[in-house]
Design a protein around this ligand. Structure first.
Ligand code: ATP
Ligand code: MG
Length: 439
């Protein structure tokens, strides 16, 4: 993408109403624009990141055997009346009346809708296990939307729903999602810690929140330091096999959110390993058994011809919250420092002298070569001063910068800068491309 043809409304001012650094940086880099409290337009740069995160989540859901579909944002009230949550959900639910005076709502989550899909088509144990998911906008009329996209009212969530014949089977499905989540967050460059959590209005008795540690996090969390060093299960994990060992490895350590915190248990960890910190919840998984299937009559026939309610779990990832969460974890005094996997562009190409014919030609050729190599490139071909170009590239945080100037051209090299380490090297373009591709 040529910057002269792109839409990147970067601003120098630090927005006064943004309380935390990720929100400030998202506004300054023109990633989002607020429309109303907790409601945002995703501008091109922000939208690219949102899509990259969504795609990583999609790939890891698919790898774990979940199947994608798409449910609507606006739902009829009836299903919620059936489950009993129409009244329970309270003021966070945005209720709408259509022209025929029908009660509708903007979905805050989708347990009811998916249970209805399931019961309409699945009648036999033979179709199980089944895990269906979508990534869709949700609306919750949060009492205090704040911190930008981290606590929005409209937000993008991936939600998956598992269906099993037995409780044992449902726990196996839960474990698969547990591992898939760790892999997905790991691919985004995040250390997300699974912590025992309250089930809240979703209901059920087994639940983990996935937390990234950050001073600006809304939750108080407690865990064993050893958990921070545990590698993710890895993309070669066999999801058709038994993954409970990977889960046990982590649930053996103490890790709990404030609601589930047990001071006595925490005290048993060696003092130098006791982590008491703030955290951002980026994912939440629940096993709730037959809570919805009983209320909504979602049953299947067993091999013996018996009719039983299906065992369910639900699994959410805050896709839009993650954009802010990643920035909280990945920035420095000059701006954002994107992990390459979610960066809006992998490399920023800077032409030092776009008015100089030779420089322009070499930079244009480099732009072509980078694209040929399959890289996402933002090409700063503007005529601004080099200083402001460098500052802007640092601010938007692309992992690599390639600078084309007259001196390098004479020597047959470009300057490659790594945004995270700040390290600069001069090397031929072809070698720079290899380095960027290697990540
Ligand atoms: P919280 O305790 O932060 O309100 P929750 O427990 O209500 O979250 P879930 O219903 O489990 O959230 O939703 C799944 C995921 O969706 C959460 O882990 C979080 O990442 C994201 N999420 C929830 N509420 C919001 C919001 N208001 N804005 C952005 N993301 C959100
Ligand atoms: Mg909530």
């Amino acid at each position: 993408m040529r910057l002269t043809r792109y839409f990147l409304p970067v601003s120098k001012d630090v927005p006064a109403d943004a309380a935390i650094v990720s929100h400030q940086l998202m506004l300054r880099t023109g990633m989002v624009r607020q429309n109303g409290a907790g409601i945002y337009t995703w501008l091109p740069l922000g939208f690219r990141v949102l899509q990259k995160i969504e795609q990583i989540v999609r790939e890891e859901m698919n790898r774990a055997g979940a199947i994608e579909l798409l449910m609507p944002t606006i739902q009829q009230a009836e299903l919620w009346q059936e489950s009993g949550r129409y009244d329970d959900y309270g003021k966070e639910m945005l209720r709408i009346t259509d022209r025929h005076e029908r009660e509708m709502l903007f979905g805050p989550t989708n347990e009811e809708l998916i249970t209805d899909v399931f019961r309409s088509y699945v009648k036999s144990y033979k179709a199980l296990p089944l895990n269906l998911y979508h990534t869709q906008w949700k609306f919750r009329d949060e009492i205090r939307p704040r911190f930008g996209v981290m606590r929005g009212r409209e937000f993008l969530m991936k939600d998956a729903y598992s269906f099993d014949l037995t409780e044992e089977g449902a726990r196996a499905s839960y474990n698969q999602m547990f591992c898939a989540y760790l892999n997905a967050f790991d691919r985004m460059g995040l250390t997300a810690i699974p912590m025992q959590a309250d089930t809240g209005p979703i209901g059920g008795d087994l639940s983990h929140e996935f937390i990234i540690l950050a001073d600006t996090g809304e939750s108080a969390v407690f865990c064993d330091k050893a958990m921070l060093d545990l590698p993710a299960p890895g993309l070669d994990l066999d999801f058709d096999g038994d993954v409970s060992g990977e889960v046990a490895k982590r649930t053996d350590f103490y890790a709990a959110t404030e609601e589930k915190h047990d001071e006595a248990e925490f005290g048993k960890i060696p003092t130098d390993r006791q982590v008491s910190a703030r955290g951002i919840e980026v994912g939440h998984i629940f096993f709730f058994g037959t809570k919805y299937s009983k209320a909504m009559n979602a049953t299947v026939q067993t091999a013996d011809g018996e009719t039983v309610p299906v065992q369910m779990g639900s699994y959410g990832i805050g896709v839009s919250r993650l954009v802010g969460g990643i920035i909280e974890a990945c920035h420095d005094e000059n701006g954002i420092v994107w992990p390459q996997s979610v960066a809006p562009f992998e490399v920023g190409l800077i032409s030092m002298r776009p008015k100089d014919e030779t420089v322009a030609k070499v930079a244009d050729d480099a732009y072509e070569a980078l694209q040929q190599a399959g890289l996402d490139v933002l090409y700063d071909d503007t005529e601004e001063r080099p200083g402001s170009k460098f500052n802007r590239m640092d601010l938007i945080g692309l992992p690599w910068q390639i600078v084309i100037g007259p001196r390098g051209i004479e020597n047959g090299v470009v300057e490659l800068k790594n945004r995270k380490s700040g390290e600069k090297t001069e090397l031929p373009l072809a070698e720079a491309i290899e380095k960027v591709k290697a990540g």
